[in-house]
Design a binder for this molecule. Structure first.
Ligand SMILES: [Cu+2]
Length: 154
């Protein structure tokens, strides 16, 4: 029907525009804000997953690790001196009882290697985060265009 196809044409660009905006997920006393990474055209290259984790629980917690079907390996790493994906592996990222931690390039982050496929802008994939106190939670990682790296806050 004519009317129905018109509606689909109008809605699709809105969904695409929303995909790159901040999404967040509450899990127990934690809030995981906007897990994202940039597009890749080389599956051999490791990537950084960034996000903000807020803890409103009053008790400290720790991010102990992550897993995703998208990568052979997911590690917690500190910032690297030479290349941004070459920091040392770390056992955990501490979360204060009240406050937030930013996982990002130039700071502690999640590094994925052995990517199963190329990531295109506006794709997303699932990743499980493992917290010492709160347990496991699955989040959606959004893939952004490489041009977002030019923004000063990334
Ligand atoms: Cu988001």
């Amino acid at each position: 029907m004519l009317l129905k196809s018109f509606a689909i044409v109008v809605v699709t660009p809105l969904l695409v525009a929303t995909a790159a905006q901040a999404h967040s997920q509450k899990f127990r006393k934690l809030e995981i804000v906007h897990p994202w990474c940039i597009e890749t055209n080389d599956t051999a290259k490791p990537i950084i997953v960034s996000m903000t984790i807020r803890n409103a629980g009053g008790r400290p917690d720790k991010l102990l690790g992550a897993t995703t079907p998208m990568a052979a390996k997911a590690e917690l790493r500190e910032a690297g001196a030479a290349a941004e994906t070459e920091g040392k592996a770390i056992g955990a990222v501490a979360l204060g009882g009240h406050g937030e931690v930013n996982l990002k390039r130039g700071g502690p982050h999640i590094r994925l290697s052995g990517m199963k496929k190329q990531l295109n802008p506006y794709d997303s994939f699932l990743m499980t985060l493992v917290f010492q106190r709160a347990g496991k939670v699955e989040v959606e990682v959004m893939v952004e265009e490489a041009s977002v790296l030019e923004a000063p806050d990334k």
